[in-house]
Ligand binder design. Structure first.
Ligand code: 3PG
Length: 307
């Protein structure tokens, strides 16, 4: 009997776990669960004889993949797969997949929710500002970017986007103004919402030079990855521009300095919260389980990311 492990340091909602189990049971496979592990040794032990595994932001590095001697497929229940060592997966003959789009609405709602939260002074009882009529630049117009645009339209924001991989007609059809470069986007927008993946090319790519192009009362919203920020540049931006604010789904490495020097100008979630809704967990969890069943039963490799 095939063994399917769900290994999540940050657990799915219980309803999502139940639905994943239903799909796994339905296929006649064995369901295994490792949640809230605190030590990589627990993960290494749990993966020893599994055929497939579902993870979230859990690190599937070479050690984990080497320890999983029977592993054929690993599915990242979510969009970003920068936590999987793809080269090690490929070397070990393991198919790696993600579940694009399944948790995008949750991330988009958090991005807009945090914007409102900060615009209203974190609900401190003092007079704040509104989003209506403000310019919003969406940096990468993928699944999350599109949801952010849809929600922001309801708020009456003026929306721009930059994405060299998406036909600009997709943006114009959605009432979004496409721009030709990141520089143009940052120059045009008071709010920038980041949706770029963390790759060798994008890591540390958002620094002082580009941020400083933003107009007065600039707000950077990061529900992508903290790694895409050049933190030296971020600190310089905080120091040079007292109008600048930063919202991030999980704190940057330099959080302590920002907290000490720039109170009121930031908000950081305590844990990565973007996809942390029951709905997103259910969508991404079920998709992961179905992708595993379809892979074993039909050889379906749609959504493979290590081709
Ligand atoms: C993603 O890439 O899908 C999000 O960052 C969600 O990550 P999480 O599953 O760890 O919440």
């Amino acid at each position: 009997m095939k063994k399917i492990l769900v290994a999540t340091e940050k657990p799915f909602a219980p309803a999502a776990v139940a639905k994943i189990k239903e799909v796994v049971d339905g296929a006649g496979y064995e369901f295994l669960l490792l949640e809230k592990y605190t030590d990589q040794a627990e993960l290494l032990k749990a993966v020893a004889d599994v055929d497939a595994m579902i993870i979230r932001s859990d690190k599937a590095n070479k050690d984990v993949l080497d320890a999983a001697k029977n592993l054929k497929i690993i599915v990242r229940a979510g969009a970003g797969y920068d936590n999987i060592d793809l080269a090690a997966a490929t070397d070990n003959g393991v198919v790696a997949m993600n579940t694009p789009g399944q948790n995008s609405n949750a991330v988009a709602e958090l991005a807009i929710g945090m914007m409102v939260f900060l615009a209203r002074g974190k609900f401190n009882g003092k007079s704040g500002t509104e989003l209506r009529g403000k310019s919003l630049g969406i940096h990468a117009y993928g699944n999350v970017g599109k949801y952010v645009a849809d929600i922001a339209k309801g708020f009456g924001m003026e929306i721009f986007a930059y994405d060299p991989f998406i036909d600009s007609k997709v943006m114009t059809d959605n009432g979004v103004v496409p721009v030709n470069s990141p520089e143009e986007l940052y120059e045009s927008c008071q709010y920038i919402s980041l949706h770029i993946p963390a790759t060798e090319k994008t890591k540390k790519s958002i620094g002082f030079e580009i941020l400083n192009k933003m107009p007065k009362n600039a707000v950077l919203v990061n529900t992508a990855r903290k790694e895409v920020i050049d933190e030296e540049g971020l600190l310089k931006m905080f120091a040079d521009r007292d109008d600048f604010k930063y919202i991030s789904d999980i704190a940057p490495e330099c959080a302590a300095e920002i907290e000490e020097k720039y109170p009121g100008r930031f908000f950081f979630t305590p844990k990565k919260m973007g996809a942390q809704t029951s709905e997103a967990n259910i969508n991404a969890g079920i998709a992961s389980a179905r992708q595993i069943v379809n892979f074993f039963e039909k050889g379906d490799t749609t959504f493979q990311v290590n081709k």
